[in-house]
Design a protein around this ligand. Structure first.
Ligand SMILES: Cc1cc2nc3c(=O)[nH]c(=O)nc-3n(C[C@H](O)[C@H](O)[C@H](O)COP(=O)(O)OP(=O)(O)OC[C@H]3O[C@@H](n4cnc5c(N)ncnc54)[C@H](O)[C@@H]3O)c2cc1C
Length: 456
């Protein structure tokens, strides 16, 4: 069975190579992929994409290797939904499972995914043991931690090549997750609690395996502490039904979820963003099929909105000021979190925002996280009515400036507005360019700046 999966994998890589050879020189090299969680709009291209159709699965799960932790060999475009479906029956999950079901392993490794285990497990690329990369030179290179290609890959967004196979470490998990929702009025105390839990991995004598939070309003912050657990006399909650997970954080002190439902707790309502499509209205929710309460469905609706400028037209008709889209994830050192939240409330005013602590295990060439330092990722996804200036993205630009003033950084999956020099400094582009020259000597792949800032 495993042999056949490996053979099929080899054939899929051959097809990828053939599709690459068919792309005329001078045309952009792109993935022909069904799903995306990239937020920035991309310049359209008529050139054929890379055929990744056979690279979407799990090749092999090894629950008991002779040496080291359980592992999985996974194809680069495998979604975390399919990955978890393959590992969870073995009582195993990836060290970090990003919240959105259709994020792929390759996408999360090259684009820095994050989740509630990141305070102890770092980011998804930190549990990759080995990786095959299809480079701009059209070759498959097997690369490991410490190699220049491997170390520059996180935050390269496909500018160095595409991961076709990744061997990742897996973590044993039980069937359930017990949650505690702690409320804080004071951002200073919130910060102190994050620091304590990150250092001790426990709170009030109980272990903490997952940690994230929500800032609902100034002076109303929550941390959700997750504890892996085997048996419980309670019935687990179901937030893929009529109840909405993010609301439960304010309403309950404790909760119980199955491991599966915990991993996807944010996907059903795309955090709280499904509200924009009416999916949280009790009547519409009853009519909205359960299988369609998923982030990729909302993402498709959002693309339609952007394509036909529906919200802009409705705003104009209602006489509302033009909106600026503010969809970003940033992180600041934990001690600067209160300052960022105060500034954000005053200058942007969007809420709720998601909070997720993270600690990088080591340094990585193209994303400047200080190893061992606790950062807090702050995610905000929505629009602000700013008027005619919206086209110049004033809020997004102000966020970029504030984040760097506080010693933080910004993820590059969404829109970015840096000038070239600033960008090159922030993301160590000199090093990235050196590595790219080696693996993509004819510049077939789009550069990181062109992808992230110029939406190429
Ligand atoms: C609204 C929103 C919210 C988000 N929230 C979260 C969150 O809560 N947690 C989280 O972890 N992440 C979040 N993300 C970010 C997400 O993890 C990244 O955008 C990630 O890169 C998406 O992966 P994907 O598989 O969907 O790839 P795509 O969207 O298809 O591609 C993203 C980039 O990765 C490159 N790429 C894709 N596959 C590969 C590969 N195999 N090898 C090399 N490069 C590749 C593509 O070229 C592209 O530049 C969010 C994004 C959005 C838009």
């Amino acid at each position: 069975m495993a042999d056949r999966a490996w053979e099929e994998h080899e054939r899929a890589v051959d097809r990828l190579a053939s599709s690459y050879a068919a792309i005329p020189r001078g045309e952009p090299v792109r993935l022909a992929k069904q799903t995306t969680n990239l937020f920035r709009a991309r310049t359209a291209s008529a050139a054929p994409g890379l055929d990744v159709s056979g690279l979407t699965g799990v090749i092999e799960v090894d629950p008991h290797p002779a040496d080291g932790p359980p592992t999985a060999d996974v194809q680069g475009m495998c979604t975390y939904e399919d990955l978890v479906d393959a590992t969870l029956p073995h009582g195993l999950v990836p060290h970090v499972v990003p919240q959105l079901r259709t994020i792929t392993l390759g996408g999360a490794v090259t684009g820095l995914g994050i989740e509630s285990t990141s305070f102890r497990n770092g980011l998804p690329h930190e549990s990759v043991l080995e990786m095959d990369v299809f480079t701009g030179a059209g070759e498959v290179v097997t690369t490991r931690p410490g190699d220049d290609l491997f170390d520059a890959f996180p935050n390269s967004y496909g500018s160095l090549g595409y991961a076709t196979r990744l061997r990742i470490a897996l973590e044993p998990v039980p069937a359930y997750v017990a949650l505690r929702h702690l409320r804080f009025d004071d951002a200073g105390l919130l910060t102190k609690t994050i620091e304590e839990i990150t250092a001790t991995r426990e709170h009030d004598g109980q272990p903490v395996h997952g940690l994230d939070g929500v800032a609902f309003a100034p002076g109303e912050y929550y941390l959700t502490l997750a504890r892996w657990t085997d048996g419980m006399s309670l019935e687990p909650s179901d937030y893929a039904g009529q109840q909405v997970y993010y609301r439960s954080i304010r309403e309950r002190d404790t909760d119980l979820l199955t491991m599966y439902d915990y991993l996807w707790r944010w996907d059903t309502d795309w955090f709280w963003c499904s509200g924009a499509f009416g999916a949280q209205h009790p009547l519409l929710r009853r009519l909205w099929p359960r299988r369609l309460r998923r982030s990729d469905v909302y993402m498709r609706l959002l693309h339609l909105d952007r394509r036909f400028a529906i919200a802009d037209r409705l705003d104009r008709r209602a006489g509302r000021p033009l909106r600026e889209r503010v969809v970003q994830d940033i992180e600041v050192p934990v001690d600067r979190l209160p300052e960022f939240l105060d500034w954000f409330d005053a200058e942007v005013g969007m809420r709720p925002v998601w909070l997720c602590p993270l600690v990088a295990k080591r340094s990585w060439a193209t994303y400047p996280l200080e190893p061992g330092t606790t950062y807090v990722n702050v995610g905000f996804w929505g629009t602000v009515h700013v008027g005619p200036d919206a086209v110049d993205a004033p809020r997004n630009r102000a966020i970029e400036a504030k984040v760097h003033e506080l010693g933080g950084h910004k993820s590059l999956y969404s829109e970015a507005f840096y000038d070239r020099d600033t960008f090159d400094d922030l993301y160590n582009v000199a090093h990235l360019t050196e590595v790219k020259r080696r693996y993509d000597p004819d510049d077939r792949l789009t550069t990181l700046y062109d992808k992230a800032v110029r939406s190429r």
